[in-house]
Write a protein that binds this ligand. Structure first.
Ligand SMILES: C[S@@+](CC[C@H](N)C(=O)[O-])C[C@H]1O[C@@H](n2cnc3c(N)ncnc32)[C@H](O)[C@@H]1O
Length: 442
């Protein structure tokens, strides 16, 4: 069954069904939202899709007992309708009758008319005693929760689960060479936005609510970069201390490379394996260079290359950044479907791929130069264990204390158990979960 286009609830059903089949919600939202003319509809669609995905585990527990024949055997569009209907009653204060009728109507328009009576009956039964209370702890699969409990302790694991249910703020990083952060804040507030200063990043502003006029949005990036504050802290670790280019080996969409170029007024060689992503990154650098009049960004080069392949430029780079592909568990607020698809095998696959990339990245670094490694994951295999294993395999590298490079505000984010790392958890001061290390080749 396929959803037709146009109306937010109907679009949400189509997106949720496709996400179950493996698509990414942020990509589908970007293309569908462009076709919705009303800003309210775009916001509603975004909220409905992300909230349904965030609360899916708990929604399923409520609805499953009411489906004879097995919830898992239903068409993805029908499962999506049941979750979305329930969510509206449980989390969006919609009266049960409205939550049911609007969902059934959307399903009908989506071309799944035959399933309407089933969805109507199941939702009515599930909502018979009023809006159900959803258990936040059921929103993260038990195996992931148990890993976090073992690693961080019960209380912290629970607060991470709750943080993964919160929408991530839009964070802007003001240009290091542009107007002062408080000046930008005042301008945004005058335009009606609700803005908060990040306590951990000297250039970051969190937009709680966009103003009516000139709301900062991705497409308006220019006087600022749109990126998470923790991700933007990693760029500070790329401070060059010896001659030689700054090379980013897994660069798209280019946030850290752009910020590094601006911070150090030095062009970056930004390599990326995926050609389409490389092209979009080159366009982004071009737009930013124009908006910021930054010669470092204008001279920043992009390149399609596999970071695991031999580089032919051994020991030439002053700084190599490897912001490696990872399980993404630090970004579940933005990518809620990660929790439903992740497997232990994938974490291990990521770990092995990161290891290969790290070994190849090490070959680029000249003596005295630095290798910066980061992932937006909070899994120990991809962070602390990966870093220790790299040091064991590469006696020619030592670990550096990130505090030497980070702004003062971020020093408390460095944990020095064993090896000193920049480590953030999802939701901590509005940031994503990240881990980053800086190695120096001696
Ligand atoms: C975490 S993202 C990088 C984000 C980027 N540093 C930023 O701040 O915007 C990882 C990137 O690595 C790319 N990638 C994956 N495997 C790669 C490989 N073997 N060589 C180069 N790039 C790769 C992915 O396509 C993805 O764009």
């Amino acid at each position: 069954m396929k959803a037709r286009r146009g109306h937010p609830r109907r679009e949400a059903l189509g997106i949720l069904a496709r996400v179950e089949e493996g698509a990414w919600s942020h990509r589908l939202l970007a293309s569908v939202q462009a076709r919705l003319p009303a800003a309210d509809d775009r916001r509603f669609l975004h909220h409905l899709v992300l909230e349904t995905l965030r609360w899916q585990g708990a929604l399923d527990r409520v609805v499953e007992p009411h489906v004879h024949g097995g919830f898992r055997n239903l068409d993805p569009l029908v499962r999506a309708a049941l979750r979305m209907g329930l969510l509206q009653a449980a989390r969006m204060d919609r009266p049960a009758a409205i939550a049911v009728s609007s969902t059934v109507e959307a399903l009908k328009v989506a071309g799944a008319g035959r399933a309407c009576s089933l969805v109507n009956a199941v939702l009515r039964k599930a909502l018979l005693g009023g809006a159900p209370r959803l258990d936040a702890m059921q929103t993260i699969p038990a195996w992931i929760r148990r890993r976090w409990e073992c690693r961080f302790g019960l209380d912290k694991a629970r607060s991470i689960v709750r943080a993964c249910l919160e929408p991530a703020p839009s964070t802007i990083i003001v240009r290091p060479d542009g107007p002062d952060r408080s000046e930008v804040l005042n301008t945004l507030v005058e335009r009606g936005a609700e803005v908060r200063i990040s306590h951990f990043h000297p250039l970051a502003l969190e937009i709680e609510r966009a103003g009516r006029r000139s709301a900062p949005q991705g497409e308006r990036e220019g006087p600022w970069l749109m990126m998470d504050a923790a991700s933007a802290l990693v760029a500070y670790l790329t401070r060059p201390e010896v001659e030689g280019p700054i090379v980013d080996l897994a660069a798209a969409p280019g946030g850290k490379a752009a910020l590094a170029a601006m911070l150090w007024s030095k062009p970056v060689l930004a390599a990326e394996k995926n050609p389409a992503r490389t092209l979009r990154m080159a366009e982004r650098f071009h737009r930013l260079a124009e908006a910021c009049a930054s010669s470092a960004l204008r001279e920043t080069e992009t390149l399609v290359a596999d970071a695991t392949a031999s580089c032919g430029r051994e020991a030439t780079a002053g700084v190599v950044l490897l912001d490696a592909p990872c399980s993404g568990t630090g970004t579940m607020r933005r990518r809620p479907e990660i929790r439903h698809r992740l497997t232990i095998e994938q974490i291990d696959h990521c770990r092995r791929e990161q290891e290969r990339m790290l070994d190849a990245a090490a070959r680029w670094v000249r003596p005295g130069g630095a290798l910066v490694y980061s992932v937006c994951s909070i899994e120990v295999e991809e962070g602390r264990t990966q870093v220790s294993a790299f040091l064991a395999r590469h006696p020619g590298f030592i670990i550096e204390d990130p505090r030497k490079f980070l702004p003062l505000e971020a020093h408390d984010l460095v944990s020095s158990a064993d090896v000193p790392l920049l480590e953030t958890l999802p939701g901590e001061e509005g940031m994503d979960g990240f881990v980053a290390a800086r190695f120096r080749r001696v």
